[in-house]
Design a protein around this ligand. Structure first.
Ligand code: ATP
Ligand code: MG
Length: 331
């Protein structure tokens, strides 16, 4: 596993919060008075402030410039999905990491609003692109579910007829729907290293049989619900990635961002049905636009600094992210 581009450290500090960690896209803060980020035993769960930046990453490199408004679009979409999965879609409630009162309301202008008490914890400068969440004991597994064949799954299938070791029927093409959704976990590598596809058996070794099964079953359940919600809005959820953590009571809890265009591939259902080329079929509402441009303009092994994204790629990406949010939420 090679090193990846160093993550930028934000210079912003907010009253009441202390910067703890920056991922490629998000910045995490702990309460300024907390000595650690973990939950005090028997006490209230520790809180985290998760701020989504406009940074965009592809092939594990943070690119520049960012995508204006992306942090807010993805936060709004995550909050909408958390709400769907808490039962707004008619299904059972999936436990999530949002601090208790963090319910989403979409204002008349389509902007996400949060409950007043929580709002007061979110610094003014990041309202709309931040969440206050329970600090969980994160599971070291990226829970990937694929309903369609593409990306690294397609590459592997072409070579071996398998995706992450799972044998698939012969004769599938790039962008085809799989006979049923498959769970293809990855090991969440420590900071600065690439995630690595692993077998289900390896997840059992990492977290134990019971938790491994829980992660798989939850992931497949959430994918099925979300894919059917998306389909009702003319959108295909081709694949996605979830992260889970244990809360202070040991409950497996949905964390991180959920079902965003960063963590998922979304396609236009009508284009997929009528398209004849892979490009036509996979008209994406996600950062595939950025991935494709980078793949064409910065071939492997991708050493040194990535080239700057051209303005039209940035504009198209923003427009597609915005359109996805509008289609799904109606906002
Ligand atoms: P990396 O951690 O490798 O930098 P990344 O680039 O995906 O991954 P971001 O998504 O930018 O990182 O940052 C979010 C980080 O916050 C992730 O490491 C994620 O696992 C972590 N995280 C999300 N929700 C919680 C939570 N409730 N408690 C603790 N950590 C969380
Ligand atoms: Mg992430």
């Amino acid at each position: 596993m090679g090193r990846v581009t160093a993550t930028p450290t934000p210079t912003t500090e907010f009253p009441g919060w202390r910067h703890a960690y920056s991922g490629k896209v998000r910045d995490l803060y702990v309460p300024a008075d907390a000595s650690t980020g973990s939950a005090p035993e028997g006490g209230d769960p520790a809180r985290l402030l998760v701020v989504a930046s406009d940074r965009v990453s592809a092939f594990d490199h943070v690119l520049s410039p960012g995508i204006p408004g992306k942090g807010e679009l993805l936060t709004t979409l995550s909050l909408w999905w958390f709400d769907q999965l808490a039962g707004a879609d008619g299904g059972r409630s999936i436990p999530n990491h949002l601090a208790a009162s963090h319910t989403l309301t979409l204002g008349a202008d389509g902007e996400a609003n949060t409950a007043d008490d929580l709002q007061s914890l979110i610094p003014d400068a990041v309202i709309g692109r931040a969440m206050v969440v329970k600090s969980l004991d994160m599971q070291p597994i990226e829970c990937v579910v694929r309903g369609y064949l593409t990306g690294s799954g397609w590459s592997e299938y072409r070579e071996s007829g398998t995706v992450c070791g799972i044998t698939l029927p012969d004769g599938l093409s790039n962008g085809d729907r799989l006979p049923e959704p498959i769970y293809t976990p990855a090991y969440k590598a420590p900071m600065g290293e690439h995630d690595e596809n692993i077998s289900y058996e390896r997840t059992v070794e990492l977290v134990g049989a019971e938790r491994a099964a829980e992660l798989r079953d939850l992931s497949l359940e959430i994918y099925a619900r979300a894919a059917s919600t998306a389909e009702a809005h003319g959108v295909i959820l081709a694949d996605t990635k979830f992260e889970f953590g244990l809360d202070e009571n040991g409950v497996m809890t949905l964390a991180d961002e959920v079902l965003t265009s960063d963590s998922s591939r979304y396609w236009d259902a009508a284009a997929w049905a009528s398209g004849t080329t892979p490009d036509e079929r996979m008209a994406s509402f996600d950062k595939q636009i950025v991935r494709n441009w980078l793949a064409a303009n910065w071939p492997a092994p991708r050493e040194g600094e990535p080239p700057a994204l051209p303005a039209d790629i940035v504009a198209r990406t923003t427009a597609r992210y915005r359109e996805l949010l509008e289609r799904l939420t109606g906002a």
